[in-house]
Design a binder for this molecule. Structure first.
Ligand code: NAD
Length: 494
């Protein structure tokens, strides 16, 4: 497959004619796509196209913009199987998760299409007669959108659909691990009737064209999802430029299991929270804090179940866990396994690369469980982003919440307990942007805001309507209209 950049409504090669390959992580001998390795001149073209298209798009009535998103949602339904299989082929997650990735984009398309008929500001009474006051939502302008590889359809859709409904035009730089998934989404937007220049896509390296894009003089705002290292760098750069920036970054999410929990339910939550998407979700459960009364028994249950998970190509029926995305990530996860053993954690199961049979040419690591983990170990504090879970023992809710909260991240946390008072205290005191009760740390719904606290994000949540995406992708204009036809002295006398 040959991918091109999409600029001004045309699919074009990078000016420099260079390309890079995206590989199938389940079998890295297979090239999924050749994509343009763009340079700064390609970004310049894309930003110019987005600027040119801005005036027409922002004036198009929001309900009409919504009709285009509605069509995109319908096209995504038509193409769900094809795009879901592409997600699995290019990113590695199992097909059910690949289809789920596309479903999030479908949900977001319809939700944001509806926002076109709301887009509410406020009207409030004036202090004076014959005067009215209101606030309106205006687009930010040209927005640069930078996305990771782990949700290669859903995360670009969250950002692009929200930006569009608010009247912004877009320059989108996807992850270099998933350019084909990005192109599939943009093709759908093109077919849905997005006018030329309103959405532009440029592939290429983050450090080079990504950074050039977000600091470009023609860009008005930036939304970034990815690692803390890159996100914090952008916070430094863009903060100095006073440019609006939303960052969604890493996590060190935890599940608390109390002594009265339904342990089979909790086991299922840990298995899919920790090993689903091979642990490569920002909300993946990478710590489990278990009450001492059920600690030993739960570890046995978890180790037994983790051993039976089947690794392989996510397109094959019966595969539970796919590969890691690339060699760099694979080496990083293996390194953390060595760090955990070196720190004195007890390896209960997994802990190694899987290279036999059908896994011979992919980046596979066995689902790994560490016990005897203490809260200050690196494996209990740093994001691993792989199928590795650390079990920490606790003696009660306060200690458990202390452990969960005492890391720099604050994205997602979960508690399993049958006691309503216990779960209510957890809801109140867990210091994360998302809290789950008797459910795992994963699985957000797009009608609510999604975002992390502290090092997990800048606090501009995405998805959702007001309180989420609309608040980031619009700015408020306040309008006072005086229809008295005279000087209203009361305002001056204040
Ligand atoms: P990454 O930071 O390496 O890359 C993310 C994107 O940023 C890519 O498109 C990359 O090319 C670009 N990029 C990198 N450096 C850049 C720079 N200096 N300027 C501009 N762009 C740059 O992250 P990744 O490996 O693709 O994704 C994994 C990370 O993403 C994990 O840390 C995970 O927790 C995080 N993530 C967070 C969320 C969330 O919503 N909080 C969701 C998914 C993934």
């Amino acid at each position: 497959m040959h991918i091109r950049n999409f600029i001004g409504g045309k699919w074009i090669n990078a000016k420099g004619k260079r390309t890079f390959d995206s590989l199938n992580p389940a079998d890295n001998r297979r090239i999924v796509a050749k994509a343009p390795l763009s340079g700064r001149e390609d970004i310049d073209l894309a930003v110019a196209a987005a600027r040119e298209a801005l005036a027409g798009w922002r004036r198009k009535p929001a309900p009409r913009r919504g009709e285009i998103l509605f069509r995109a949602g319908e096209l995504l339904i038509r193409e769900k199987q094809r795009v879901g299989e592409l997600v699995t082929t290019e990113m590695g997650k199992v097909l059910a998760e690949g289809l789920g990735d596309v479903q999030e984009a479908i949900d977001m398309a319809f939700y944001m299409a509806g926002e076109g008929r709301r887009m509410q500001g406020e009207t409030v009474p004036s202090e004076l007669p014959d005067k009215d006051c209101k606030s309106l939502r205006e687009p930010l302008g040209v927005v640069a959108l930078i996305t990771p590889w782990n949700f290669p359809t859903a995360i670009p859709a969250w950002k692009i659909f929200a930006a569009l409904i608010c009247g912004n035009t877009v320059v989108f730089k996807p992850s270099s691990d998933t350019p084909a998934c990005a192109a599939a989404l943009v093709q759908i937007l093109e077919e849905a009737g997005v006018p030329p220049g309103v959405v532009n896509m440029v592939c290429g390296s983050g450090a080079d064209v990504g950074e050039y894009l977000v600091t470009h003089a023609g860009v008005d705002a930036v939304s970034f999802t990815g690692s803390c290292a890159a996100g914090e760098r952008l916070e430094g750069l863009l903060g100095r430029m006073h440019r609006p920036l939303a960052t969604e970054m890493g996590g060190k999410n935890a599940i608390i299991i109390m002594a009265d929990a339904d342990l089979s339910l909790a086991l299922e939550g840990v298995l899919w929270g920790a090993f689903g998407t091979s642990g490569q979700r920002c909300t993946a459960a990478s710590r489990v804090v278990v009450h001492e009364k059920v600690h030993e028994g739960f570890i046995d249950m978890l180790a037994g179940a983790a051993k039976h998970l089947r690794l392989g190509d996510g397109l094959l029926e019966g595969t539970d866990v796919g590969p890691l995305i690339n060699e760099q990530q694979y080496m990083k996860v293996l390194d953390y396994i060595r760090i955990g053993s070196g720190e004195g954690a007890q390896l209960i199961t997994g802990g190694m690369a899987v290279t036999a049979g059908a896994c011979a040419h992919g980046f596979f690591i066995a689902p790994t469980v560490f016990a005897q983990v203490t809260p200050n170990m690196r494996i209990a504090r740093e994001e691993i982003f792989g199928p590795v879970v650390s079990v920490v023992k606790c003696s009660g809710l306060d200690e458990a919440m202390g452990i969960v909260n005492n890391v720099p991240f604050g994205l997602s946390a979960a508690i399993y307990s049958r006691d309503v008072n216990t779960t209510a205290r957890a809801e109140r005191d867990l210091q994360t942007g998302i809290v789950y009760v008797n459910a795992s740390t994963i699985g957000a719904e797009i009608q609510l805001p999604f975002g992390g606290w502290r090092h997990s994000g800048s606090g501009h949540p995405e998805a959702g309507g007001r309180g989420g995406a609309l608040d980031f992708y619009t700015r408020i204009k306040v309008v006072y209209r005086d229809f008295s036809g005279r000087l209203q002295k009361a305002q001056i006398d204040k």
